[in-house]
Design a protein around this ligand. Structure first.
Ligand code: BEZ
Length: 189
């Protein structure tokens, strides 16, 4: 059986609501690590080029939110949406879309994305370094299944999107023996 890749250790700077904070913006910083998010549970994480961008906002994130229950039926305890955006942007995006089930993770510095081998330049769009689109089923920090859009490259002129869609992931998970299945795919991190 192939060795499964382990999710890298990273600390994320999140902003959480705290009613004890005075003023019109009752939020405080909270550091959450990959251990907090991935230890002892089976989750789906998907990563995309940017909050508020068209495909991410009209298809990918809303579809993961809508299909959250289908993932739960397959034993997935959490669904994480990650982007190289700061906590303020990620929170505002989740609020704008009314996201309640999917957890948004701000990888503002791109450290997690870089360690996953998925950091690409999007200077052609004025974005700087961002995440290539990918998703993974992760069990207790180990990558079980990997869903990467083809053509990973810097300054890509197109934005392929299907492999990392919730529809494709659900279809793939259902077609496998979800209790024990894993398959070998190129993972570069
Ligand atoms: C989109 O989600 O449609 C998108 C993402 C990155 C760059 C441009 C568009």
């Amino acid at each position: 059986m192939p060795v499964k890749k382990r999710i890298p250790f990273v600390a994320f700077r999140t902003r959480v609501r705290d009613e004890t904070v005075e003023g019109p913006n009752p939020y405080r910083w909270e550091v959450k690590t990959t251990q907090d998010y991935f230890s002892g549970k089976r989750v789906v994480v998907f990563s995309l080029p940017g909050a508020f961008t068209p495909t991410c906002s009209t298809q990918q994130l809303p579809d993961f939110e809508r299909l959250y229950g289908e993932f739960q039926k397959l034993g997935i305890e959490s669904v994480y949406c990650l982007s190289v955006n700061d906590a303020f942007v990620m929170n505002a995006w989740g609020k704008a879309l009314g996201v309640e089930k999917v957890t948004l993770i701000p990888d503002g510095s791109g450290e997690f994305t870089r360690k996953m081998g998925m950091l690409v330049a999007k200077d052609n769009l004025g974005f700087g370094m961002r995440s290539w689109r990918y998703a993974a089923v992760v069990n207790d920090g180990l990558v079980e299944q990997w869903f990467e859009e083809g053509g990973l490259s810097d300054n890509c002129e197109s934005d392929p999107y299907w492999v990392s869609s919730p529809q494709n992931i659900l279809e793939t998970m259902k077609s496998l023996d979800t209790a024990s299945a894993s398959f070998t795919v190129p993972i570069r991190f």
